[in-house]
Design a protein around this ligand. Sequence first.
Ligand code: FES
Length: 181
Amino acid sequence: MGFRTAPMSQGLSVAAPTAVERDALFTPEIRAQIDAWCAKYPAEWRQSATIPALHILQDANGGWLAQQQLDDLALYLGMPPIAVYEVASFYSMFDLAPVGRHKVCVCNSVSCLLGGSEGLIHHLEHKYGVGPGETTPDGKFTFKEVECLGACKDAPAVLIGRTYHEKVSPEALDKLIDGLE
Ligand code: FES
């Protein structure tokens, strides 16, 4: 995430699809989940559900987002595709290429760097042979370097899946990785 400028195209909208067109885009289960988020906002602001919808689609696709999903979501929410691409490519929690079964996200922002995240990064590179953005050959996990996870007080912080781990040493990281299926 970090300090980059927020996407600029989120306020744009395009004609919404017909109900028939919309129903063809996603399974009923996924539509129900996305619609539950859309219902939290005024009808003309369906695009406000973009981020939770991307999470829903990513979870349904093995942890990453395919371009077809982004295009379908744009149509579903009545947005230009570029506006969905901007959001999906801006946030580090979204992946636009296949990933491993798990994501090991090591914070590389200043508090964590001072607290030892560089050692974690080197450890992952040397012990598991993966650089940032790479997946282990067995597909067990994808290593991601990310910016501040909001756990600076207990640096270095690591996010695995949706679970935070703090004050992580290389040895503790090994145990966490050993525990992944
Ligand atoms: S700097 Fe790592 S959690 Fe904030």
